[in-house]
Write a protein that binds this ligand. Structure first.
Ligand code: NAI
Length: 317
């Protein structure tokens, strides 16, 4: 039996389809290790409490030895209290006919509220991954309303895009996905992202199909990517928690001005995570950016600047 103190892990959108895979991955030790007990806090909206109750029943029925307490709630104070890690998966879905601005506006309200709750109730060293779309800008808004928590603790997920790229390359080269490294996703988790394989090892050809993979999964499954998104969010947090060694991973993080990307934009860069007690990440520096890459990277940065402007225009304070 582990001697470690339990950590508190929050999953929002816990009644949704990504969370349905994610909570099991987390609770069985895939992210924080098989010797790390944890309390799992599951947040969703009031309307979904009955569904969430079913998820709790199934989690209990998994008989997972690391899982101590399970809390299902729609109350921010209960959900965010003393948490060590937040998987912010829940978001307002894009409905038919909804303009991008409407989607951003609805999500600003959610992520403003969750930022304020993090500020008020969470541990000051809480690590945050935003999965809910538009993930990069949601992370930016969340951080804005949590001024007592370091900006670098807010990240957004582009790991699914990286994993998709690595899997495509491995398939094409008939090698194991672990043999593929240094694939980079630059920019926004959107169609303007730039999957960059110029530095990739174990690769001969360029990566394709990454931006359109989500649409292909929807067409086949009639539902959006969920298991792979859950797995990717686990990869993101596991690497941040334990470190990457010399592997590069893509994370959308607040820009420090690297590669000419405006400071503060939550932009996907190649990073190395140092692990240890500090759990820091560093943007990989010194990569040569050719003209083609520059134009792709700038296009995604421009989209993020527009998103930021739109999101901030609906923030009243
Ligand atoms: P889903 O619709 O199955 O579940 C979303 C859940 O969030 C619902 O149960 C809903 O009630 C809940 N929710 C809505 N507002 C909430 C709030 N204020 N607080 C707590 N919960 C709230 O959606 P799914 O498939 O699980 O996807 C979740 C999000 O992840 C979507 O925004 C999706 O676009 C995004 N996504 C991001 C990816 C990435 O690579 N960054 C990849 C795949 C999905």
């Amino acid at each position: 039996m582990s001697q470690k103190a339990p950590i508190r892990v929050l999953v929002t959108g816990a009644a949704g389809q990504i969370a349905y895979s994610l909570v099991n991955f987390i609770a069985k030790g895939d992210v924080f290790g098989t010797d790390q007990p944890l309390d799992l806090i599951l947040l969703d909206i009031k309307l979904m409490m009955e569904v969430l109750g079913g998820v709790v029943m199934e989690l209990k029925d998994c008989a997972l030895p690391l899982l101590r307490e399970i809390v299902a709630t729609d109350d921010y104070e209960v959900a965010f209290k003393d948490i060590d890690v937040a998987f912010l998966v829940g978001a307002m879905p894009r409905k038919q006919g909804m303009e991008r601005k409407d989607l951003l506006t609805a999500n600003v309200t959610i992520f403003k509220g969750q930022g304020q709750a993090l500020d008020k109730y969470a541990k000051k060293n809480v690590k945050v991954i935003v999965v809910g779309n538009p993930a990069n800008t949601n992370a930016l808004i969340c951080s804005k309303y949590a001024p007592s928590i370091p900006k670098e603790n807010f990240t957004a997920m582009t790991r699914l895009d990286q994993n998709r790229a690595m899997a495509q390359i491995a398939e094409r080269l008939d090698c194991n996905v672990n043999d593929v490294n240094k694939v980079i996703i630059w920019g926004n988790h959107s169609a303007t992202q730039y999957p960059d394989v110029r530095f990739a090892t174990a690769v001969k050809n360029g990566a394709t199909m990454i931006q359109k993979r989500g649409a292909a999964v929807i067409a086949a499954r009639k539902l959006s990517s969920a298991m792979s998104a859950a797995k990717a969010s686990c990869d993101h947090i596991k690497d941040w928690w334990f470190g990457t060694g010399d592997r590069w991973v893509s994370m959308a993080v607040p820009s420090d001005g690297s590669y000419g990307i405006k400071e503060g934009l939550v932009y996907s860069f190649p990073v190395i995570c140092t692990g240890g007690d500090e759990r820091k990440y560093k943007i990989v520096q010194g990569l040569k950016i050719d003209d083609f890459s520059r134009s792709k990277m700038d296009l995604s940065a421009k989209e993020l600047e527009e998103e930021r402007e739109m999101a901030l225009s609906v923030c009243k304070d």
